[in-house]
Design a protein around this ligand. Sequence first.
Ligand SMILES: [Zn+2]
Ligand SMILES: [Zn+2]
Length: 248
Amino acid sequence: MEKAREEYIKKYGVDPDKPKVVIVNGVPLPKEYVKELVRSGKIKPAKEEPVNVLGGPSTGPHAINGRIYVHIFIAKDDTYGHAPDSGWNYVYGTWDALSRFEQKFGVDMVDDWWFGYWDMSDVGSSVYDALADLEQDCNWIIDAQNDIVLGWADNLDKNGLAEPDGVNPNTGAFAPDAVCTETPTYPLDVGDWPEDSVVQHETSHLFNAPDHGYTLYPVCIMSYPWAYSGYDWWCSDCESTIYANIWV
Ligand SMILES: [Zn+2]
Ligand SMILES: [Zn+2]
């Protein structure tokens, strides 16, 4: 305690035990002086910046010090069969997809795996419900704007789903979440995609790449037939969108 206090005094030139000080933009100021500045309208009251308020052209996740932390939650075994059960393909697929982001965009994708934490026993087969549940159960891991959360599950109705630009459109909250499905039960979005395609496609959404839908042009992982076919790359538009969002 005493050492911390000394460090603080050394750093800021004020004694934290004499609390009549307010930190404004990193500068400690006497409280009465700050009150006067606020009253006279010279400054706005200092507020904690919530994690969902982001500066710059992108509101979504982005690299800090060249790094994105990818927190991967594997659905726990439950009565609906939500745990992946076809071997380790989804692990290799995740590594393949993340390495494409590293190669193409020069960003370090640091992977971090969590088994036994995501409880989907309150979710049926809806990928929308799964995404909401992932946010609810796993976003405690997020403490910076370079965190993203991927959930791996089985027996959902689509290949995957992600929050566009890493923001929940209903609440406006920072929600860098994507669900990836091992084997979809009712794959309206063209068959069962390879696991690496699912991760690459959904993670791209977190960096604001759009869906191209059921089209062969442009040739891009964001078009459903190309994702299904295992095509590995982005069209030039998606490439520049993702680049701009990672290196915001
Ligand atoms: Zn999509
Ligand atoms: Zn594209």
